[in-house]
Write a protein of this length. Structure first.
Length: 223
């Protein structure tokens, strides 16, 4: 009886860990791969086989390293899942890799923005894990941790919005300066630009002529 009870508890814990990780790694439905409607295999089997086939050792190692570096508790949960439910582990690694790839694309375009996005991912992951644990225990301490993360996340978002506003204001100021400079009648601008171009062209012609004369004089002396 006791052995059966322990087995039941272990099974419940495994399902909880699997659900906890997948909840933590939830991504946009737009990133989900469509299922093969023509397949005769059960959808669960298709999903499991597809997950196994798409997760390489490199993907697994990269995802585990990312989790260990940025959310150690998630990495520990993944290790548990790998031992107890390998199919769910493959699915979780696939989800995590999609998020890592999105973050990498942000880093390639804007390194400064990447740091903010990475920190947002950390907080979101921590909040989801804590909320999943809180759903089982209703622990007041867990609630405090979540509230603190929510507060710091909002503060970071506010700071980011203020920085974006300042950046946009600076861009607007530069555009206003350019518009003010362009307020001069266009024909006057064309005349001024033509004068600059003609002077440069004339200077180059004179320089080339002097070089030609010097070369001819040198050739005459040699003869």
């Amino acid at each position: 009886m006791e052995l059966h009870l322990n087995q039941t508890q272990n099974s419940v814990e495994q399902y909880f860990v699997a659900g906890l990780i997948l909840l933590t790694l939830m991504v946009s439905p737009l990133l989900a791969a469509p299922q093969d409607e023509t397949s005769t295999e059960p959808k669960a089997d298709v999903a499991e086989k597809k997950a196994r086939s798409e997760v390489s050792d490199a993907d697994r190692d990269a995802a585990m390293k990312f989790a260990a570096d940025n959310h150690p508790e998630l990495a520990r949960l993944l290790e548990q899942l790998q031992k107890s439910r390998p199919h769910e582990f493959s699915r979780a690694i696939k989800e995590l890799n999609q998020q890592v790839q999105l973050l990498e694309r942000v880093r390639e375009k804007n390194a400064a923005k990447y740091q903010g996005q990475l920190e947002a991912w950390r907080k979101a992951s921590q909040i989801r894990v804590l909320m999943a644990r809180w759903s089982r225990s209703k622990d007041v301490e867990l609630e405090k941790q979540v509230r603190e993360l929510l507060r710091t996340r909002r503060e970071a978002k506010l700071a980011q919005l203020k920085a974006d506003k300042e950046r946009i204001a600076e861009q607007q100021r530069k555009i206003d300066e350019q518009l003010a400079a362009m307020a001069v009648p266009i024909e006057s601008q064309v005349d001024r630009e033509w004068e600059q171009l003609s002077k440069k062209a004339g200077s180059k012609t004179n320089s080339d002529a002097k070089k030609s004369d010097t070369s001819a004089a040198t050739d005459g002396v040699k003869k």
